[in-house]
Write a protein that binds this ligand. Structure first.
Ligand SMILES: [Zn+2]
Length: 254
């Protein structure tokens, strides 16, 4: 049994013992005490009891890894590629399998321009992957891989779950496929609807050499997401950062 699970169950058993000994308030406190910690394992990049996740990379230069989630999409991808070209930036696109099935030519275009592609699940189950069983977790990974193979697009063995929410079974599925979970160290929350300027103010202090920078395209507000990406690339250029594609051995989990 995983150490975190033993500890979690230990609290629950301890609470039952306290209730049995007629200490109801203490039982309540002990019962719920580990729950905030468990929630953090699902949602926060630096909490990795469920398995390792890359959140930065080693570099001696002024370099960041720009990642762009949720495409490809005709409403945004061509313009994102144009922006990257303008800034001489390289990025990794974490693509959604269903979107690749609809627009395989855009996935090929991303790769043809020298960017790399990672797996962002097949159907982008942002609110349900956390509770998915083994079969569904595996299907979300494998069906995205199948879409990329069918589109004849080269891809990296990188996986990023929607909104970064993991489940306790994910790490074993990724390990079985020699895939690495990639999260981030800098995000502006523009993917969740924060206005571009406000998202830019939020992300700016998080940007440092070796940062994994999260951004988005597509979605219900592609214009807003593009505006944020425009501001972000201008900021990075102004601050002297290069957007590079780190090698896997350079990636770090903390
Ligand atoms: Zn996403």
């Amino acid at each position: 049994m995983k150490p975190w699970l033993s500890l979690f169950l230990g609290f629950k058993v301890g609470a039952a013992a306290l209730a049995f000994l007629h200490h109801p308030y203490a039982a309540l406190v002990v019962f719920f005490a580990p729950d905030p910690w468990i929630v953090m394992q699902f949602v926060l990049p630096n909490h990795q009891a469920f398995g390792p996740a890359a959140t930065r990379f080693e570099t001696s230069g002024r370099e960041v890894w720009l990642t762009i989630d949720d495409g490809p999409d005709p409403a945004s991808t061509p313009r994102v590629l144009e922006l990257l070209r303008k800034h001489g930036a390289k990025a990794t696109f974490f693509v959604v399998g269903e979107q690749v099935e609809r627009h395989p030519e855009l996935a090929r275009l991303i790769a043809a321009e020298g960017h790399t592609i990672g797996n962002h699940t097949h159907s982008h189950p942002a609110w349900s992957l956390w509770a998915a069983g083994r079969a569904r977790t595996a299907a979300e990974i494998d069906r995205c891989v199948a879409a990329l193979l069918l589109a004849d697009v080269p891809f990296e063995r990188f996986f990023r779950p929607p909104v970064g929410v993991r489940n306790p079974l994910l790490a074993a599925e990724l390990e079985a496929r020699a895939m690495l979970l990639v999260l981030w160290s800098a995000r502006g929350l523009e993917g969740g609807g924060r206005a571009p300027e406000s998202a830019m103010r939020r992300i700016a202090p998080q940007i440092r050499p070796g940062a994994i920078v999260l951004s988005h395209e597509s979605g219900s507000r592609p214009e807003q997401r593009l505006e944020f990406l425009t501001l972000l690339l201008e900021h990075l250029s102004r601050e002297g950062y290069r957007c590079v594609l780190p090698e896997r051995p350079e990636l770090r989990t903390r």
